[in-house]
Design a protein around this ligand. Structure first.
Ligand code: DX5
Ligand code: ZN
Length: 240
C-alpha cells in the first residue's frame, strides 16, 4: 500500500539536462516535484525563482510543490501561483501575519503549506490550523541540499502528528524535508509523515526509476495505523 508521497527536489538534479531530468522523473512514476526557492536573505544560498518554474511548468505535468525560503514571501505569492505552483509553502519564521498569507494562497486557488525550521515549535501553528493544507517540517536548517539529517526531527514529527490529532486536524498532512534518505523514511512515515522530500539521496544514483522504486519499497514497509493525511494528498491534483 502506498502510504507516502515522494517529492524529489529539483535542486539536486542535473541542470544541464533539465528537460531530460523532468522526463525521466515522469517516466519513473514520480507525481510531485519539490522546487526550492532561495533568496540569499532568509537562507544563505540563492537558487531560482518564478521564471524557471514558469518555463518548466510548460513541459512538466507533475504536481509542483514549491518551497519558498525567502524573506517577505507575501510580495511574490501571485507570481508563484501564476508560474504554476500547486502547493506553495512559506516559512512561519518569514511571516509577520501568517494567517493572512495562508488565506491569500488559498484565494489564489492553490494549496497553502507552512514550514518550520528545526528550532521552531509546531505549537505556533495552533491558531492557524484552519488555513493550513500541509505542514512542512525541516530535517535540516534550510539553505543547502546534502546536509546531515537532524535526528530530533523524528520525535518532532511524531509529536506534531499527535498535536494535530489533539487539535482536531488529524488529516492535515505532514511533509518532511532535508536529509531524507532510505535510512530514515520508514521511521519518518511511522512517526506521521505523509510526504517526503529528497534531493541528494534521490538523485545520488544515476537512475531515477531505480531511486523511486527503492524509496517506495521501503516506504511500503512502514507500519501506519492511519493513512488519513496521505488519503488527502492523493486527492490533490495539479491546478490546470
Ligand atoms: C533545503 C531544501 C531541501 C533540500 C533537500 O534547504 O529545502 O528541499 O533540497 O535536499 P537533501 O535531501 O539533499 O537534504
Ligand atoms: Zn525544500
Amino acid at each position: 500500500m502506498i502510504n507516502c508521497v515522494l517529492s524529489p527536489s529539483l535542486l539536486s538534479a542535473n541542470f544541464v539536462f533539465l528537460g531530460h531530468e523532468l522526463g525521466e522523473l515522469e517516466k519513473a512514476g514520480v507525481k510531485w516535484l519539490h522546487l526550492d526557492v532561495m533568496d540569499g536573505v532568509f537562507v544563505p544560498n540563492i537558487t531560482f525563482g518564478a521564471p524557471l518554474i514558469r518555463s518548466i511548468r510548460k513541459a512538466c505535468p507533475l504536481f509542483f510543490d514549491v518551497h519558498l525560503m525567502i524573506d517577505r514571501p507575501d510580495a511574490y505569492l501571485e507570481d508563484f501561483a501564476a508560474a504554476g505552483a500547486d502547493l506553495l509553502t512559506t516559512h512561519i519564521e518569514a511571516l509577520t501575519h501568517p494567517q493572512r498569507t495562508l488565506a491569500r494562497i488559498r484565494e489564489l486557488g492553490i494549496k497553502a503549506g507552512i514550514s518550520l525550521n528545526p528550532g521552531t515549535g509546531f505549537e505556533r501553528l495552533k491558531w492557524l490550523l484552519p488555513w493550513v493544507d500541509l505542514i512542512l517540517i525541516m530535517g535540516v536548517n534550510p539553505g543547502f541540499s546534502g546536509q546531515p539529517f537532524i535526528a530530533e526531527t523524528v520525535g518532532k514529527t511524531r509529536a506534531c502528528r499527535r498535536f494535530l490529532t489533539d487539535e482536531g486536524y488529524p488529516d492535515t498532512p505532514i511533509e518532511v524535508d532535508g536529509g531524507v534518505s532510505l535510512l530514515n523514511i520508514k521511521t519518518l512515515i511511522e512517526a506521521g509523515a505523509d510526504a517526503l522530500v529528497s534531493g541528494s539521496a534521490f538523485f545520488g544514483s544515476g537512475d531515477r526509476a531505480l531511486s523511486y522504486k527503492k524509496f517506495n519499497e521501503i516506504a511500503e514497509q512502514a507500519r501506519v495505523n492511519t493513512d488519513r493525511g496521505f488519503e488527502r494528498l492523493k486527492m490533490w491534483k495539479r491546478n490546470q
